[in-house]
Design a binder for this molecule. Structure first.
Ligand code: HEM
Length: 316
């Protein structure tokens, strides 16, 4: 019996060696005549579509690590995040003239801040996108062609992945700025002006001003107009709201990205009721335009730097 089994084992071993040697010898491509077969299955990306632009430009050249990979906006990781953070998406940085409102305005490349960021230094100190290009990236040899593809896509209506043009029935309101005034003096902000409002602990009254914009409803005609405070950036559930005042005569001041904006909403509080020394309080506003449901600014999904901008810290 034992001999029988070892004979079988030997036979199968010899068979395997023979098969390998047989397989090892013939390279089916040796007798390949002419060029290797062309892969006809993969269709080259259509550069008139957001899918093609994402495949050859936004994903490889913009969403690289530490850049628009979710670290900051626009978010070029996926086709959807690219579309949602570009088309009719409010900008962060403007040129000194304040020419831009949205990153992409379908049908209007020249009004689209994206085209500006790809073609000139918007404020003389921010550089032209992409700020860094990886070696071997197609951008190095195709940049002019790629910029033209993006321009053509916008001109053709900036269609989404389904080939639909965005039809902004009524975009939701968004903020253009927020500032805190104590006896008419604008309080400084942390982090070079983009962070929390810094309020000295001696202050017992501060007025928070808000600048808002909407494509169909005048800011003064927005309704609800409430503000809520919370000790954490996302702890707003169940917080009580405070009514804000809407100004017939707005005041002007520095906006989040615009040099000058009109502040139409305000509320006066005693900051010490919300925080003690070195504590930070976050706030959100709730407004409603003529057709959309209640809009919360910012939201839980919003970038942290917006939540940080909508906060104050009690300092020495
Ligand atoms: C072709 C590829 C890229 C495109 C289309 C692009 C587009 C943009 C746009 C539209 C903005 C302005 C956002 C706003 O103000 O609302 C922006 C900002 C920014 N981008 Fe890019 N970007 C690209 C590549 C990169 C890369 C590779 C880096 C990193 C090295 C980078 C770093 C930044 C930074 C730091 C900001 C914020 C500061 C500023 O506004 O200058 N970008 N980018």
């Amino acid at each position: 019996m034992k001999t029988y089994i070892s004979l079988i084992a030997l036979a199968s071993f010899l068979l395997a060696v023979w098969a390998c040697e047989k397989a090892g010898t013939d390279n089916p491509f040796d007798d390949q005549i002419g060029p290797p077969p062309v892969d006809t299955t993969t269709v080259p990306p259509d550069m008139t579509s957001i899918t093609g632009l994402h495949a050859r430009i936004f994903a490889p050249t913009c969403a690289n690590s530490g850049c628009h990979d979710g670290t900051f906006e626009p978010d070029f990781r996926t086709i959807e995040s690219t579309y949602n953070t570009l088309v009719y998406h409010p900008i962060i940085k403007n040129n000194p003239q304040g020419d831009y409102t949205y990153r992409v305005v379908p049908g209007d490349p020249d009004a689209s801040q994206l085209m500006a960021r790809l073609t000139y230094d918007i404020d003389g100190q921010s550089g032209i996108m992409p700020l860094i290009v990886d070696q071997g990236a197609e951008w190095n040899t195709h940049s002019a062609e790629f910029i033209q593809y993006i321009r053509d896509w916008i001109q053709a209506g900036a269609k989404d992945v389904f080939g639909q043009s965005y039809s902004p029935l009524d975009a939701v309101p968004f903020m253009r700025g927020c500032q805190g005034l104590v006896q008419g003096v604008t309080m400084e902000r942390a982090e070079g002006g983009a962070g929390a409002i810094r309020i000295p602990q001696s202050v017992d009254q501060i007025t928070l001003y808000f600048s808002l914009a909407d494509d169909k409803t005048l800011p003064q005609n927005l309704t609800v107009n409430e503000i809520r405070f919370a000790s954490g950036p996302d702890d707003f559930f169940g917080q009580a709201g405070l009514q804000m005042e809407v100004l017939d005569n707005p005041i002007s001041g520095k906006g989040f990205s615009d040099p000058v904006v009109a502040f139409t909403h305000r509320v006066t509080i005693d900051p010490r009721q919300y925080a003690s020394l070195d504590e930070t309080v976050y706030f959100r506003i709730y407004v409603q335009d003529s057709s959309n449901p209640l809009t919360e600014i910012p939201t839980n999904a919003g970038a942290y730097y917006f939540k940080n901008y909508f906060s104050f810290t009690i300092i020495e």
